[in-house]
Ligand binder design. Structure first.
Ligand SMILES: Nc1ncnc2c1ncn2[C@@H]1O[C@H](COP(=O)(O)OP(=O)(O)OP(=O)(O)O)[C@@H](O)[C@H]1O
Ligand SMILES: [Mg+2]
Length: 334
């Protein structure tokens, strides 16, 4: 667990003081992804870099598993924390393999162990180890470089990862792909991750928890659902946008909807054949909505994992349970 207690950072440059982080209190559980979200200059990178002491804390304290980071040796600390730098920060004069092996080498791993780890990480990232081994960062696409940045941070298998906009500056399709891969990998590795983003959609998708900052102050911290359903103040409301109800729909699945109310789960009187207007239990509610709107009867058959009919989802159930009004529905799926 990472705990921030009254953490502040004041930079002093040319006699002027800038409060970059202002009395932040929050904690992140083990194995959780917490997204630091907020506009440019709100202090996200500063807060992140205080965790591995690349930035000195002005006031307050940060604890990792109950240990004050100030009391730890800073080199040791940095080795136990993976860090993906904003703009990937690969060393341009090192090959891909050398880049990935920076920390294992510092830790004194022998050549065989490093080689195996390189291979394992490249495979995890979906990149061919042999093809990239001797290449230099500039010989890779932006998306590949970002993946190497993530692999490098994972190399020594640190329990904590700091990721500063690791998928920033990528086109939406590659970004989407990397986010999916990232979630898949996290399922296996279960790191405690602090992830910086300024993109609300990315935060909703990746975060177990989202912390929203403005001018160094923590505005709100909570699960994506809590933030979207109950924004605490004007800033948060503006930042997440007017379509927050619709964004919330991507967090829930048909299964959640069925659990919420008995109405959608009319298994007993199910007579419908499975046709093209069907949803699965795992379909998110935004996609389910698109199916409902396209269906001439306003109904969709719910199929289970074995492709057997499970129930019928109607437009009325949907509206009743999500509280999303029909007037809003059409514009969002087209
Ligand atoms: N080394 C520094 N010296 C003085 N001021 C700094 C320094 N680093 C950052 N700042 C200031 O601190 C504030 C927070 O900066 P920070 O880089 O943490 O923001 P950020 O949220 O990461 O922004 P971005 O989304 O643009 O990366 C800004 O006002 C910035 O100008
Ligand atoms: Mg930053």
């Amino acid at each position: 667990m990472i705990t921030f207690s009254n953490v502040s950072k004041i930079y002093e440059s040319t006699g002027k003081k800038v409060t970059a982080v202002d009395h932040v209190n929050m904690s992140v559980e083990e194995g959780e992804i917490c997204v630091f979200l907020g506009p440019s200059g709100c202090g996200k990178t500063t807060l992140l870099r205080m965790v591995n002491r690349l930035v000195q804390i002005t006031e307050g304290s940060i604890e990792i598993d109950g240990k004050d980071i100030q009391a730890l040796d800073s080199i040791e600390l940095r080795r136990s924390i993976g860090y993906v730098i904003q703009q990937n920060g690969l060393f341009p004069n090192m090959t891909i393999e050398e880049n990935i092996n920076v920390v294992p080498k510092m830790l004194g791993w022998d050549a065989g162990k490093r080689k195996n780890r390189y291979k394992e990480l490249m495979e995890m990232m979906g990149l061919n180890p042999e093809e990239f081994r001797k290449r230099f960062p500039w010989e890779l696409s932006g998306g590949q470089q970002q993946r190497i940045g993530v692999a490098r941070a994972l190399a020594a298998d640190p329990p904590v990862m700091l990721m500063d906009e690791p998928f920033g500056a990528l086109d939406p399709i590659i970004r989407d792909h990397l986010q999916n891969e990232f979630l898949r990998i996290q399922k296996d590795v279960k790191k405690t991750i602090l992830f910086v983003s300024h993109d609300i959609d990315e935060a909703i998708r990746l975060g177990d928890k989202i912390a929203i900052f403005n001018q160094g102050q923590l505005m709100q911290v909570g699960t994506p659902d809590q933030i979207l359903s109950d924004p605490k103040n004007e800033f948060v409301r503006d930042f997440i946008g007017s379509d927050r109800e619709i964004k919330r729909l991507t967090l829930l699945t048909v299964k959640d909807l069925l659990n919420k109310g008995k109405k959608g789960n009319r298994k007993s009187n199910l007579t419908a054949e499975i046709n093209e207007f069907y949803v699965t239990l795992d379909t998110d509610l935004r996609n389910a909505l698109a199916v409902l709107l396209a269906s001439p009867t306003g109904e969709a058959v719910i199929v289970d994992q074995r492709n057997q009919p499970h129930g019928i989802l109607t437009f009325t159930d949907y509206e009743l349970l999500t509280g999303v009004h029909p007037s809003k529905l059409k514009s969002i799926v087209h």
